[in-house]
Ligand binder design. Structure first.
Ligand code: HEC
Length: 183
């Protein structure tokens, strides 16, 4: 069923999605420039790394765990949705975290979250699901960018795009396409 699809046996899709070649080369990830320690706080916002909105930047961002400083779940927990096998761990970009606590009707541009997806052992990360808002108004979901990827030395893109139907069909029932309760 759908749950199986999101448990990341999305793998079946990978073969036709060209996991390589979407990189744009080097030097285009300023948020990581000079970041030898692997910490995630960046120059770009003064504090928290903004979520990239295209796969070429978002995949290395996920690989390097540049979302680590975002407010997050204490540990891996079962998903109330179809994500992960054993569970998920959610990292909420602070623009979304503060918008959720303020109970804003429309979240601001740049709001979003990273869901780490875990295998049946509850410890092995198998991938990520990401949402990021592209503009102040959602426009029926068209202005939310979505991405799902498999973990690995080089993370593999499963699917991505603004207004991705498979994601927004379900997320539309949330508050401005966000389904998780505030942290
Ligand atoms: C069948 C329903 C459903 C579908 C389809 C779905 N999600 Fe979710 N998603 C959820 C639920 C429920 C949550 C709440 C958190 C949880 O799992 O506990 C969630 C949470 C999330 C979150 C954390 C932010 C939030 O909204 O709480 C992200 C990021 C996310 N999903 C990404 C995606 C992506 C990317 C896709 C498409 C590839 C997708 N989702 C498809 C149900 C769904």
């Amino acid at each position: 069923m759908r749950a199986a699809f999101f448990a990341l046996p999305l793998v079946g899709l990978v073969g036709c999605l060209m996991p390589t070649g979407f990189g744009t080369g080097t030097g285009d990830t300023p948020s990581r420039a000079g970041n030898e320690s692997g910490t995630t706080v960046t120059e770009a916002t003064g504090k928290y790394a903004p979520l990239p909105t295209d796969a070429s930047k978002l995949l290395p961002f996920l690989r390097d765990e540049n979302y680590r400083d975002y407010p997050h779940d204490e540990g891996v927990r079962p998903s109330s949705g179809p994500h992960g096998v054993a569970g998920v761990r959610r990292y909420v970009q602070p623009k979304l975290a503060s918008s959720q606590s303020a109970q804003t009707f429309e979240h601001p541009s740049g709001a979003g979250a990273v869901l780490e997806l875990y295998a049946a052992d509850g410890a092995t990360r198998i991938g990520w699901a990401v949402s990021v808002k592209l503009a102040a108004l959602s426009d029926g979901g068209a202005n939310w960018y979505w991405l799902e990827a498999l973990d690995g030395a080089t993370p593999t893109l499963v699917d991505e795009g603004p207004g991705l139907g498979i994601c927004i069909n379900c997320h539309a029932s949330g508050d401005d396409y966000v389904l998780g309760a505030p942290l």
